[in-house]
Design a protein around this ligand. Sequence first.
Ligand code: KIV
Length: 258
Amino acid sequence: MQQKIKKIINKKNKSKIVSLTAYSKNIATILDDFCDIILVGDSLGSVLYNYKSTREVSLDTMIEHSKSVRMGIKKSLMVVDMPHNTYRNSKEALKNAKKIMSKTKCDAVKLEGGKKISQTVRTLVKNNIPVMGHLGLLPQSDQNFKFKGKKISEKNKILKDAKLLETAGAFSIVLECVETSLAKIVTKKIDIPTIGIGSSNNCDGQILVFDDLIGLNPIDVRFVKKYSNIRKVMTKAVSNYSKDVRKKVFPKKKHSYN
Ligand code: KIV
């Protein structure tokens, strides 16, 4: 097992795992000093491309953004989301995961689902491709974007799926919008780290979409804390630039060549 993966697993019950998404090099450069894991998430479909769902994201789009992100990472573990319809069976998953690993030089891939993909996870891990799981709200397949784990049947399924993913060899599991007490139980019952998004402080680590955290993506959801209002800063900069150009005070001599 890769040293970097071991380091993440060893953080369980010792220190919280910090994770964020990045879709490009410059952002990855900023995150790398502070994160344990950087995820090239297929959330880029809605955040950057205004797609209705992540189901529209292609493998080539994920690969191109990941190549950019790779250039900005020195130390963090880099994980790339396998997009919808690229892992419908083990054979397809292996072919596409190998392509992602070789073209992007990432450290691991992330797949959504439990029992349905457990054999696929086993196949990838056997072929030395580290896998991060993703349970709870599954944007690639869920129609209903509500939190998960309120119903007892949902609770049992998520817990069972988490154990199956662990047995199949996943090195960690993202829990998206999982009810607080269930996040605690899942985290306690498995030996690999859980990374929460909208799943309370009971997880071993946290992940957020970077554009949400800085207030660039104009969304308002309960689980996002906006750590800045970058839209305000950017708007001010663009407004000042446009005024300067119109007043002919930019560019000055020092910005010109002679
Ligand atoms: O696509 C993504 O950004 C994700 C995170 C929200 C976990 O899967």
